[in-house]
Design a protein around this ligand. Structure first.
Ligand SMILES: [Zn+2]
Length: 143
């Protein structure tokens, strides 16, 4: 999560909402890929931290299935990212702050654990939640 927080800071530097993500390999420690929000930087509506990290991890492994992998992200994933997490077949999603306005991993929706879907990653929330939320609060206050 510390690494994801570093990524979130990079997002803010580029004028993007500070959210950072890391994909860990099946061993739980090797960092496969990182990502941070680049919506403003790249003019891409889908350039959320999670999507970018998942794409890079898949490129590194040479396949779309990220079975066994863990995605760590500073903010609860939105519906798009929750969908991408299910599609990527990651085993675990770890997130920091809850997103009561748009969260799709327990707050507003729970897409990642929807029993109607054939893949449901484990979800661990609240890791360094205050620090993750603090970055966001600071970012929006400064605008
Ligand atoms: Zn998202």
């Amino acid at each position: 999560m510390r690494l994801a927080l570093d990524e979130a800071v990079l997002a803010a530097r580029g004028g993007d909402v500070p959210v950072g993500a890391v994909v860990l390999a099946a061993d739980g420690t090797t960092v496969l890929a990182t990502g941070h929000n680049e919506r403003e930087a790249g003019g891409d509506p889908t350039a959320h931290a999670e999507v970018l990290a998942l794409r890079r991890a898949a490129a590194k492994l040479g396949e779309w299935r990220l079975t066994g992998c863990t995605l760590v992200v500073t903010l609860e994933p939105c519906t798009m990212c929750a969908g991408a997490l299910v599609q990527s077949r990651v085993d675990r999603v770890v997130y920091g702050a809850r997103d009561d306005k748009a969260g799709a991993a327990g707050s507003l929706w729970d897409v990642v654990r929807d029993r109607r879907l054939n893949h449901r990653p484990e979800v661990i929330e609240g890791v360094l939640a205050d620090e993750c939320a603090g970055l966001l609060t600071e970012f929006f206050r400064s605008r």
